[in-house]
Write a protein that binds this ligand. Structure first.
Ligand code: RB5
Length: 147
């Protein structure tokens, strides 16, 4: 299950991403926003990241104007590794090295075509594991010491 959310700054790209996921026959859910009216990105980041954190969803996609606010909020949730990506290389690395379970993008940075391409790369890339898993384990261990 892939859950997708945006604020008004990411609304257009969110719709394009959902169309892609449906075309690929992937199980997905639209967590809003429903239109271009101004809303607050933390509310939508919390819905998506919360679903990934509690296991309701396997993956999440969050889009605001820059992707910055969404990634900041999503990374407050236990077990969430949200990666803000801007190009094909960062989309690939977000999976290959960081095994990001939430993808954050900027709807005011990327065209719908560019954003859809980054989602495809992230979905189609495998996590490399090995030394990268050790580093993710360190993130979890250090995060658990903070709470
Ligand atoms: C909303 O204007 C904008 O601040 C938001 O979409 C996002 O870019 C925040 O990080």
């Amino acid at each position: 299950m892939i859950v997708v959310g945006s604020d008004h700054g990411g609304f257009e790209l969110k719709e394009a991403v959902l169309e892609l996921l449906r075309q690929r026959k992937l199980e997905c859910a639209d967590f809003g926003t429903e239109g271009p009216a101004s809303v607050d990105y933390p509310d939508f980041a919390a819905k998506v990241a919360g679903a990934v954190s509690n296991g309701e969803a396997d993956l999440g996609i969050l889009i605001c104007g820059t992707g910055i606010g969404m990634s900041i909020m999503a990374n407050k949730f236990t077990g969430v590794r949200a990666a803000l990506v801007h190009d094909e290389f960062t989309a690939q690395m977000a999976r290959e090295h960081n095994n990001a379970n939430v993808l954050a993008m900027g709807g005011r940075i990327l065209s719908p075509q560019q954003g859809r391409k980054l989602v495809e790369i992230w979905l189609d890339t495998d996590f490399a594991g090995g030394r990268h898993q050790k580093r993710l384990d360190k993130i979890s261990a250090i995060a658990s010491q903070q709470s």
